[in-house]
Design a protein around this ligand. Sequence first.
Ligand code: ATP
Length: 453
Amino acid sequence: MTEAKPKVDMEKLVSLCRRRGFIFPSSEIYGGLSSCWDYGPLGVELKRNIKQAWWRAVVQQRDDMVGIDASILMHPQVWQASGHVEGFSDPLVDCKNCHKRWRSDELEGDKCPECGGELTEPRLFNLMFKTFVGPVEDEASVVYLRPETAQGMFVNFENVLNTTRKRLPFGIAQIGKSFRNEVTTGNFIFRCREFEQMEIEFFVKPGTDKQWFDYWVEERLNWYVSLGIKKENLKLRQHDKEELAHYARDCYDIDYLYPMGWAEMEGIANRGDFDLVQHAKSSGKNLNYYDEESKEHIVPYIIEPSAGVDRTALAVLCDAYDEDVADGEARVLLHLHPSIAPIKVAVLPLSRKETLTPLAKEVYAELRQQWMISYDEAQSIGRRYRRQDEIGTPFCVTVDFESLEDKQVTIRERDSLRQIRVPIEGLKATLQAKLDGEDLFVLPDGGKIWKGG
Ligand code: ATP
């Protein structure tokens, strides 16, 4: 079997994202801010769709999970108890010659990769951003921007337990911003200083943790496949003993084949009882669980699937990127899964003729009640199809002169380029069926079909 290769290089993807309004450098008019990015009109939709798909799968469709939204600023003791103040750091070295700074754990050899110069001894650099609450900037008012959302769920364990009456096993899920003063940056949105996480803390009885850990590894891997990511571009990687974080009993990364190579998109860890024990000790609160079966107080073990919204967005964009020839012309297209495509349908009047506009606008107004729809009448129909292909819009609806007579429009499918004509009356239902993955375009007799037709 040949080794899988990334389909798109980073430069091309960054350029497409910028040109079409997916992602811009942060504060670009001032020259940008390193490793900070702004999601544009299409990027924000893509990200919302990813988060919605995650929430649907892990909260809405399950009866053993609830969501929370904890604050970014937390009591500073949280980060003492979690070990972040002490240990959330990277070892840094400086080149004595060119003064470039490196993470020593990422270097091969003991010389500067840039100029071959001698390096300093490693120093530990804490990745948490510090700030102050209130008007006085002293040690007593130091707080941190959270470097992970996880702690918000550990410290709310008791609140959730008491207010929801959940029994083990159950989980808490959260989506939110996290901040890390990363040392090695670059690779677009793969490594940001401000990013979004989608994390689950799943509380289980000790002894059942191995089984739940295996369950979540498989569940999470399948979720990426359900987003349309190709299996051959996904890989599970188990951490060996030396790599395991101090709190972890076992850990798998779900790696994706990014343009720069295989790298972590999600980490799934068996954290044992580390977090609840630490916070119980530090807060003096009892974070036990009364197990009615054994009539004992126990400290649950935690399985943590921790995913990044930005790294997922990067993976789906890379995976969807393609170039082919359509109607004799080269085109760039994104095969985005309909569930995450920023725009679901584009409504395109065949020409700018005034007679077509009222009907086209009517169709547009009707569809936008349901989905994110784009309306475009500038330039030739071919050019407009290409524009939609390039941003991954699964379907275009064309309103032509015949539509005025027969009240039918043409649906064109992005990937197959197939077209069917459907009555406007059944358009919404047909598009819904198409977006849900039904193949309405193929009929054994080669005829056309629309939902209910
Ligand atoms: P890495 O080794 O790449 O720094 P990590 O192991 O520190 O990542 P975790 O602490 O396990 O990452 O965080 C869980 C998830 O959060 C990661 O799998 C990733 O998707 C996301 N994530 C972490 N750091 C960043 C970052 N700087 N930029 C974007 N996403 C991030």
